[in-house]
Design a protein. Sequence first.
Lengths: 300, 300
Amino acid sequence: MLTLRQMRYFDALATTLHFGRAAKMTNVSQPALSAQIMEMESDLGIRLVERGRSGVILTPHGETLLPEIRAILLAVDGLYDRARQSTGVLEGRLRLGIIPTVAPYLVPTLIPMLRQRYPKLNVELRELLTTGCVDDVKHGKLDCAIIALPHNDDSLRSCTLFEDRFLIASADDENTVLLSPMTEAQVDMDRLLLLEEGHCLRDQALAVCGSTAGRRVANYGATSMATLLQMVSHGMGITLIPEIAVKDERTRNRMRIVPFADPQPSRRIGLVWRPRSGRNNDQEALAALITEAAAELLEG
Amino acid sequence: MLTLRQMRYFDALATTLHFGRAAKMTNVSQPALSAQIMEMESDLGIRLVERGRSGVILTPHGETLLPEIRAILLAVDGLYDRARQSTGVLEGRLRLGIIPTVAPYLVPTLIPMLRQRYPKLNVELRELLTTGCVDDVKHGKLDCAIIALPHNDDSLRSCTLFEDRFLIASADDENTVLLSPMTEAQVDMDRLLLLEEGHCLRDQALAVCGSTAGRRVANYGATSMATLLQMVSHGMGITLIPEIAVKDERTRNRMRIVPFADPQPSRRIGLVWRPRSGRNNDQEALAALITEAAAELLEG
DNA sequence: GATTATCGATAGGATAAACCTATCATGCTC
DNA sequence: GAGCATGATAGGTTTATCCTATCGATAATC
């Protein structure tokens, strides 16, 4: 089997046209180089060089293969270069999963920031439910994901990005009096609209409003926050809205949005990744940037 | 130092995403493959794969390098293919030297024949004096050469291609009576025109006509057969013309060309090459073709 | 929740590849 | 013909690579 070592020796031999000098160039003894060249010729089944008393002549075969061999050696050296270069932070491809109740609000702010600060980064976004995010991160289909913590899989590492408070949204002509601030107990469960199953926000809303036995829930599940809030603005009910969505949804739907009384309920948004991924620097830098983006979204 | 073996193992690992299966694919034990991958990562200074309990995931680095590594492996396989393919007769480059008193007459016939019968052959022609031909063949600057035999260098091998008879050429209005056939003794040395020094034909002409002491020779030396024969046709003298040149030169100059009496003097044209060149098949095929081309030239 | 299966890493010893020094045979130069 | 230079060969050593057996940890299963 042909080896790179043999090619390197042949390269030196073709350069010097002299076994001794080629050996010196490759820091090896002349017999060693000679043996490797012979081995190479035997492997390929052709004579590469013509041994003469006054040095060496490449055979036509040798001359044919030389440029290809040199190209291979260059490509191999290129591997080292590329390996060395690509040790920077947030470079190359990053596959990022985001849950649907975060993605549409965070992405428009986050992506431009990423593009600006880490121009070498090529982000691939996927909007997935929590389970999808976690599974795909675990199986290496995603590098990391933005989900609501805590997650139940301790084979993944996570860190908190920001707290996302819940508020109550209703149509602005809602006849039911919404107190501000209101307590969870005041939420009329009959009128509470939720996302369809699978969305963590649905479970969180239920938890917040106390889905104790006996309290019924409107069993229609909206497919997205946008749909849900549209329903709310048309007076079909009320819902829990995460603060991160407020700014954006206000521009689209006329709604009345009131906070909960302290201690305000919230969800904790975090980043999850495989502990073995070895991209700690990347995760850290990404987390910092997301936190910054979220702060911008939440301040106004 | 990175090796091709490691790259092959990595290729298999990236394909199977499983150390055990990759090991089976490469006909090696799992620990051996594992060790090579680790060695590779250590060499490159980066993690290539992420070891998990359910198989393997490529790191971004690994994914970046994979296509390059596969390209390298393909190129190496290509070396074998090319080596195997190029074992045919008269393929690739052939650098052929020809002496000036043969080249202009043989080449127009020889080259088309070569092109037709050996389309994969790329002939590089060089017109050189005998010494140049021999030296360049010896030093590997030419693969072989067509010269007049015998040559004095026994480090080269040679074979006869064809016999090239000498004739006497004069202007067709030459007032000196040229007998036909004529003997060497009848040549008027005062009127004998020769090529400049270095051409073997000059020495052969002198040898034929007996350059015994006392017989002077016109000391003007023509630079080529064409020039020489032009001078002859203008009545400036007579000269020895090799039969191979007769057909072509007759169409350009009006001359009277008469043979020598038997035994007709001639030169032996042959092919020379390095015995170590290992292209015996090539030399043989080429010699056969040249003989054929010469026969065509000489028959008419 | 204990058991079993699977996966990659590790240990220890064997085999093969690659190397080095010293020497040889041959051709070239003076 | 002596001396020099070149690549090949010989014999012994070091280094790479490999294999079998086993381990520790995780994932799947009962």
